[in-house]
Design a protein around this ligand. Structure first.
Ligand SMILES: [Zn+2]
Length: 287
């Protein structure tokens, strides 16, 4: 079964060069011996035909371009993740750099960008307000960049409450052109939000390994809703090295694990994998 991984991070550790990074990998873990090329090969053996490598920051976006330059079936998305906002000292400079990276002909999308209020500290209101404003500024800038270059936009939205979800829709409705794919990556959030997003022209919904988690009933409900309303909008993603599906939850997600997700969706949610493959080609205009 041909598969396209529409959101993965060969550009992040430990996939990129076997460095432990934030996962608790011991020095003698076999993963430390592997490089992104090994993971890509393993994924291809499992039927992955194409992958989109997403940049959550400027340096990882550069790595995504470097990787995508080596194989015509690897593509890059360049962007700045909302959680990285506070690590950026000079926003204006970062915007310019991103715009310049986006000129590369291996770029098929802008992102991941959006709003993420999930880990915001609650004790310092002033700091929270500042962070949210910076997130919004970078988000709007990336929307404008994608509109200008007529590229798809990959959204990352997360919140413990409903706020970030509805604020995202408000910003999208104000700035997005709706003439290219708008991808709700690793979709989550209230059902009314998803229903609204489903009404948008060219919207897509990315599903990841977390749909297999026991307590992820909400994501399974979202999947069923999209499947019932507009199955042409379903995409498969790993978000590797994050979100390994069951039974690998908590471990490093290797891109080849997308078959675990695909099999799960086929068996438990009656997903049509061939149709999803076509959706991915269509969303990113891949040949
Ligand atoms: Zn990601």
């Amino acid at each position: 079964m041909p598969i396209i991984d529409t959101h993965c991070h060969y550009n992040l550790e430990p996939l990129y060069s076997g460095q432990p990074f934030c996962f608790k990998i011991k020095a003698d873990d076999p993963l430390t011996k592997l490089r992104w090329q090994d993971h890509w090969q393993a994924a291809q053996k499992k039927g992955v035909q194409k992958s989109i490598i997403v940049g959550p920051g400027l340096s990882s976006s550069k790595k995504a371009l470097e990787i995508a330059a080596t194989d015509k079936n690897l593509y890059a998305s360049v962007g700045i993740h909302p959680e990285r906002t506070n690590k950026i000292i000079n926003l204006a400079q970062a915007k310019l750099e991103l715009a310049s990276l986006a000129q590369n002909d291996r770029v098929v999308a802008i992102g991941e960008t959006g709003l993420d209020y999930f880990y915001l500290q609650t004790n310092d209101q002033e700091e929270i307000t500042k962070t949210k404003l910076r997130q919004k500024e970078l988000f709007i800038d990336q929307i404008k960049l994608a509109v200008k270059l007529r590229l798809p936009l990959i959204l990352h939205v997360r919140d413990k409450e409903e706020k970030a979800y509805y604020e995202t829709l408000k910003i999208i409705e104000q700035y997005w052109a709706f003439d290219r794919a708008l991808i709700f990556h690793c979709v989550s959030g209230p059902l009314d939000y998803v229903k609204k997003a489903l009404e948008y022209k060219n919207s897509y919904f990315g599903f990841d390994g977390n749909i297999t988690f026991q307590k992820a009933e909400n994501i399974r409900t979202i999947f069923k809703l999209v499947q019932k309303t507009d199955p042409q909008k379903i995409l498969l993603e790993t978000d590797a090295p994050y979100l390994a599906p069951e039974p690998y939850r908590g471990q490093v997600c290797e891109p080849q694990m997308i078959t675990v997700l695909a099999n799960y969706l086929e068996k438990n949610c009656q997903a049509n994998l061939l149709a999803i493959y076509q959706n991915s080609l269509c969303a990113f205009k891949l040949a």
